[in-house]
Each structure stands twice: as C-alpha cells, then as structure tokens.
Design a protein around this ligand. Structure first.
Ligand code: SAH
Ligand code: SF4
Length: 367
C-alpha cells in the first residue's frame, strides 16, 4: 500500500515540529529541515548534511519538498519576469518579479481567479475560482528564488527583497492560507523577509483587515478607486457590503501606523469615471489624518474591458492635487507591459466552468 507523502511546503514551522514528533523524529530535526528548505532552497533530503542517513531515507519515504510546475516564463525588456504556473488541478496562476534600483519585488497570487468582480479587473472575469493553499502561495516564491538563484536566503545583495500580495485573487478572502504563507516568508530561520517589506492589497474585506493588522503586522494597501459609495459600489462591488466610511475608519485604526509605516491607497485612473480634480480633492479629504501613500495606477485595458485609461492631462492634474497636499510621486510606473505583467491583466486561460458548479465543489469564505 502506498503512503500519501506529506508536502512539506504546506506546513508551518509548528506543523513541521508536530510532523517530526508524530513520526518519532527528534524535534530539532524540524529546525534543521526548515533551514535546508527555506534558507538554502533544497528540494531533496539527500544534501541535508546534518541529518543522519536513516532519517533522510525515512523522510524521503514519508514526505517531499515540491516545486510548482512552470508552464511559461516571459521576460520583459525592462527586467520584469512573469511565470505562468500550472497547479495540480490544471488551473493556472501568475507570479511576477519586478526588479527596481533598490529592491526586487515579487507579486504573488492568492486565489485562482477572484469572486469579487471589480468592473475594471480582468482577474474578476475568470469563472473558475478557488483558494490557493499555503504551499501554492509559498511555492510561487520558491519558483522565483530558484530562477534568480537567490539562495541562500540570508546572503548580501539578495534579489527578492519585497513581497506584494497583488496578483490574482483577494488575499483577505483566503486569510488562513495567506497568513500561513506570510508567516513562512517572515520566519527568521528561513526566507526572512521583514513584515515591513510585505504588503497585503485588499479591496476592503473589513473583518480581516483588523485580524491581519494584529496577527501579521504587514503593510496594508487598499484598492480604493472611488471616493463616494455610489461609484465605488459599481467599480468595487464589495463596497455594498463594506462601505467607504467603515473602510476608512478601519484603516484609521490599523495598528502601528506612523510616517514610516503608512497605508497605501491604490487608485486606478479610469477616463471620465473617477479622474477629476474634484475626485482628487475628495480623496485627500477622505484620508486626512491617516499616515498614507497614494498610488495612482493608470487603468490597464484588456480585451473586452469597458473602460479607457485616463488622459495624461487628467492624471497630471489629479497627481498635482495630491502632491500639493503633501504626498510624494503618486503615479505608478507601468512595468512589464510587453509581457502583460501589469495589474489587472493577470488572468489565466483555465477552462471556464460555471460558478455554481465550483461553489458546490469549493466553498469559499462567505462574504
Ligand atoms: N484583490 C486585491 C489584490 C489583487 S489586485 C485587490 O483588489 O486589492 C491588485 C491591484 O490591481 C488592485 O489595486 C486592483 O484594483 C488593481 N487592478 C486590477 N485591475 C486593474 C486594471 N485593469 N488596471 C489597473 N489596475 C488594476
Ligand atoms: Fe478581485 Fe482585486 Fe480584481 Fe477586484 S481588483 S476582482 S478584488 S483581484
């Protein structure tokens, strides 16, 4: 009879300790294995030098350290890299690496597709939706670090320095798995990326904003996109459940906000919809008193999208109001456009199945 082997990337450090003790391995093995996996990027037990031959053999019988299957890699002329990853159930997700002067940022997906259907977002139009597991989230980072040869994780000049949960999906509708994978990324004995360099982007799932703040303490980015409820209800329909006033108040109380730890407000610039000088003034008013950064994202059109990008003139005028209010350089430079790596273009070609069928198979958090 074949035993079902344990995928070690699905385990938190605590889980790994329990896994070792329930299999009659000493607890300290957990620390050793953890370091080999997350400091050195090992994919097999063979090279784990401080583990006895017998234990290596046994570990190999009961567990494995997987890598996600890469179906395509695209490299942009600006250095941005995008991976299309095929999961075991054949659904697909995307992961992006964006090198900048002083940092290298990995943009991770948290779900296959997204249930929230924001009207400007390509991911939201994908019919197949499911939560990713912690192993599938951390697995994306492993793929990037393997490709960039960024092991061991503690070395000087590391290529991956920052993480943003801004790929496919709504991370706060998959909190359990997202938080587990973020804790793995932050572990000092492993990949060791500081909470200050991790940003969680959400369309505003209020109950989980508080939880993420106290449990993870990572940076928060809010997909605002409109400054009144009428328009936000249309652009970001989850606003009907969690409205602007409640959202802003929740953000005001996000733990440990200061000038060095600010909330990022993402605002997609859509021509003739949300891009007037009045909107900009209202935006500044709404967030006043909250330590903030503003990120204006020129709308990225996709085939069949209903909207157009704001004109350069509107973006400049909007940005000026924001800069005059004391916020620095707010316009996000598009990256990787030649490989469609930009926000809102992330959508896999996974076979479409009717959502009612999916919901029966994989109930998501009720929202
Ligand atoms: N679901 C989360 C994180 C993923 S989306 C969220 O909504 O925050 C990451 C960012 O890309 C969000 O700010 C989202 O609003 C933005 N985005 C989505 N589609 C876009 C598009 N077509 N053009 C520009 N930005 C877009
Ligand atoms: Fe989902 Fe974010 Fe896209 Fe909205 S913008 S549909 S929340 S991925």
């Amino acid at each position: 009879m074949s035993i079902l082997k344990q995928d070690l990337l699905e385990l938190s450090f605590e889980d790994l300790k329990t896994f070792c003790t329930t299999n009659n391995l000493p607890k300290f093995r957990a620390t050793q294995i953890w370091r080999w996996i997350y400091c050195f990027g090992l994919k097999s037990f063979e090279d784990m030098k401080n583990i006895s031959k017998t234990d290596k053999y046994f570990l190999n019988e009961i567990s494995y350290i997987p890598r996600l299957e890469i179906s395509e890699i695209h490299k942009s002329k600006d250095g941005t890299i995008k991976w299309l990853i095929k999961l075991k159930d054949k659904s697909e997700i995307e992961t992006v690496y964006i090198p900048q002067d002083d940092r290298g940022t990995v943009c991770l997906s948290s779900q296959v597709g997204c249930t929230l259907n924001c009207s400007f977002c390509h991911t939201g139009t994908q019919a197949l939706v499911r939560n990713l597991t912690a192993g599938e989230i951390i697995g994306q980072l492993m793929v990037v670090m393997d490709h960039l040869q960024d092991w061991p994780s503690g070395k000087n000049g590391r290529k991956v320095t920052n993480i943003v949960m801004m790929g496919m999906g709504e991370p706060l509708l998959n909190y359990e798995e997202v938080s587990k994978s973020i804790k793995i990324m932050m572990s000092d004995d492993g990949i060791s990326i500081s909470r200050r360099r991790i940003t969680l982007s959400t369309s505003g799932i209020i109950p989980f904003i508080d939880i993420a703040g106290s449990d993870l303490g990572v940076n928060l980015a809010i997909s605002l996109h409109a400054v009144n409820d009428d328009l936000r209800n249309k652009l970001v329909p989850i606003n009907k459940k969690y409205n602007l006033e409640e959202l802003i108040n929740t953000c005001r109380n996000y733990p440990n906000l200061s000038n060095s730890r600010r909330i990022t407000w993402e605002y997609v610039m859509i021509r003739g919809i949300n891009d007037t000088v009045e909107d900009a003034k209202k935006l500044v008013e709404l967030i006043s008193g909250i330590p903030s950064k503003i990120n204006l994202i020129p709308f990225n059109p996709w085939p069949g999208s209903l909207f157009e990008t704001s004109s350069q003139k509107s973006i400049d005028q909007f940005a000026k109001v924001i800069m005059d209010a004391g916020y620095a350089s707010p316009v996000r430079k598009p990256r990787g456009q030649d490989i469609y790596a930009a926000c809102g273009q992330l959508k896999s070609e996974t076979e479409k199945i009717r959502r009612s069928q999916i919901n029966k198979l994989m109930p998501l958090h009720s929202i």
